[in-house]
Design a protein around this ligand. Structure first.
Ligand code: SF4
Length: 178
């Protein structure tokens, strides 16, 4: 099997590291942040709460996995208001993660990729009127599953924040041992 960390770095992520997925926790506090709807995706996508499952359901799904890799894209900003580079890094991270998730799913069909942000595979999500168009490609976010991203960064030995004038996007893939 290809080394998932090496594959992530070849695709172009700034940082990638493996972690033990058996200690992942889904937190009610993170679900509360989804409910506050700052991203305006709550109850708007099959990939987001409440459609992606209760905290108990996402916990049970994650606990079927033992291994994970965290992948990150860090943007260098000119200042705290450098929206252009923030947006560019977000797009780059999403595009790289689509490629990474597709390749990881080819290597390990039952792996679980968790992205940054709501699923953006379709221009407009079919939720709630029609079933998800691509359930095998859909990407829920780490937050949608209740993960505190900074905690997963610590588990992987990576930083959540790389210092002033930087912004980092993080995603992960979980898979089964053996
Ligand atoms: S694949 Fe399309 S329909 Fe399914 S969750 Fe993503 S955007 Fe929505």
């Amino acid at each position: 099997m290809r080394d998932p960390v090496q594959l992530a770095l070849e695709i172009g992520f700034s940082h990638a590291a493996a972690f033990d997925a058996t200690n992942l926790r889904a937190l009610d506090e993170v679900r509360d942040m989804c409910r506050s709807d700052r991203c305006r995706r709550y109850d708007k996508s099959w990939s987001c709460p409440p459609a992606c499952g209760t905290i108990e359901e996402t916990t049970a799904r994650m606990h079927a996995y033992q291994l994970g890799v965290l992948v990150q894209t860090t943007a260098e900003l000119e200042d705290d208001f450098d929206v252009e580079h923030m947006t560019e890094a977000e797009k780059r991270h999403k595009a790289h993660f689509m490629t990474y998730a597709r390749q990881m799913r080819l290597i390990m069909p039952d792996c679980l990729p968790l992205s940054a942000g709501s699923c953006s595979i379709c221009k407009s999500c079919s939720y709630p009127g029609k079933p998800c168009r691509f359930p095998g490609k859909m990407l829920s976010s780490m937050e949608a599953y209740g993960l505190l991203v900074s905690e997963v960064c610590t588990m992987a030995g990576l930083k959540y924040y790389y210092g002033p004038k930087t912004l980092t996007y993080s995603s992960c893939v979980l898979w089964k041992e053996g």
